[in-house]
Design a protein around this ligand. Structure first.
Ligand SMILES: Nc1ncnc2c1ncn2[C@@H]1O[C@H](COP(=O)(O)OP(=O)(O)OP(=O)(O)O)[C@@H](O)[C@H]1O
Ligand SMILES: [Mg+2]
Length: 300
């Protein structure tokens, strides 16, 4: 028997840990018409199980188009997409949609049942989950999403903006996806609603080993929660790296109509006046730590 070399074994193990693979994916809307628009241009990347990835890019750069390829809503014109070893062009779309839960912008617009409970139950019925199991899952998801029993019995129309958003996300989470994709999840929410939602998502990420993909225009949110960032421009991935690497490229980001977190800009200005204070700061908590440690004389 031929033994695998260490190099081959490493390659094999690496490919096994990949949950999402995009290989040279292109997509054009309205092909062959005057409205033709190439929205993805030979995009390749992969995501490992358990990553928290943010996708950023100016408006129209292709972020939503990319995520709609994750559960087969859109099919690539060229290239292929593998999710958990399954090619999305093949059969098994129902299974794929259970595996990849996508929360689109303003998901509450899709709430339509008489009660929040029934709305969350809708997907479970579609997937033929029996009643006792449905009840258990809804209770567990409502607890995670901080939706009380009283709230579950209300009409979605009686809920606040933040509650509606959480109810809509509960309808996706109850299907127990391995991958949770959030497209601009905080659009239109007040700061309290944003914090509540992200604390829940972050707890879920830490406790359930779920893979999270977040599309956001808020660089603060991205810095607070994501570990890796993909930057898109005109259907291309132009930067792919960890949060520190990407946010240190402030000039390149600005050339592409993007920005770094406000706190990073401030710390860069302070660093220009006093280089003992680091400019590699991306969140308010990191800034606080850096300033306190400077004031305590730890930088001398
Ligand atoms: N259904 C559609 N029909 C035709 N063109 C579309 C359609 N959806 C998107 N496009 C075009 O494809 C390109 C990429 O759009 P996409 O919605 O993926 O961008 P985005 O990065 O999500 O933007 P935003 O930040 O505004 O949400 C844009 O030029 C857009 O106008
Ligand atoms: Mg979009």
């Amino acid at each position: 028997m031929r033994l695998l070399s260490t190099r081959h074994l490493k390659g094999l193990l690496k490919s096994l840990s990949k949950l999402i693979e995009f290989h040279d994916v292109s997509y054009t809307y309205n092909k062959g018409t005057p409205l033709e628009k190439k929205a993805l241009n030979h995009v390749s990347f992969s995501v490992d199980k358990g990553e928290f990835l943010a996708i950023i890019g100016h408006t129209g750069s292709g972020k939503s188009t990319l995520i709609q390829h994750l559960n087969g809503l859109l099919k690539p014109d060229t290239g292929k997409i593998i999710i958990d070893s399954q090619d999305t062009s093949g059969k098994g779309l129902k299974q794929l949609r259970k595996k990849v839960g996508i929360v689109f912008q303003y998901p509450e617009h899709q709430l339509f049942e008489e009660t929040v409970y029934k709305d969350i139950e809708f997907g479970l019925i579609k997937h033929n989950i029996d009643e006792p199991e449905r009840k258990l899952r809804i209770q567990e998801t409502a607890r995670i999403m901080e939706l009380s029993d009283e709230l579950l019995q209300k009409s979605p129309y009686e809920l606040s903006g933040g509650q509606k958003r959480r109810a809509a996300i509960a309808g996706i989470l109850v299907l127990q996806p391995d991958i949770l994709v959030l497209d601009e999840p905080i659009a239109g929410l007040d700061p309290r609603g944003c914090n509540e939602l992200f604390n829940i998502v972050n707890n879920l990420y830490s406790s359930k080993n779920i893979t999270v993909i977040l599309v956001s225009h808020s660089m603060e949110t991205v810095a607070d929660y994501a570990k890796r960032i993909i930057v898109m421009d005109n259907g291309n991935i132009i930067i792919d790296g960890n949060v520190n690497e990407v946010f240190l490229k402030d000039e390149e980001l600005e050339r592409n109509g993007l920005s770094v977190p406000q706190i990073t800009k401030l710390m860069k200005k302070i660093n220009l006046k006093n280089d003992k204070i680091s400019r590699e700061i991306f969140t308010v908590d990191q800034a606080l730590e850096e300033i306190i440690s400077y004031l305590e004389g730890k930088h001398d």
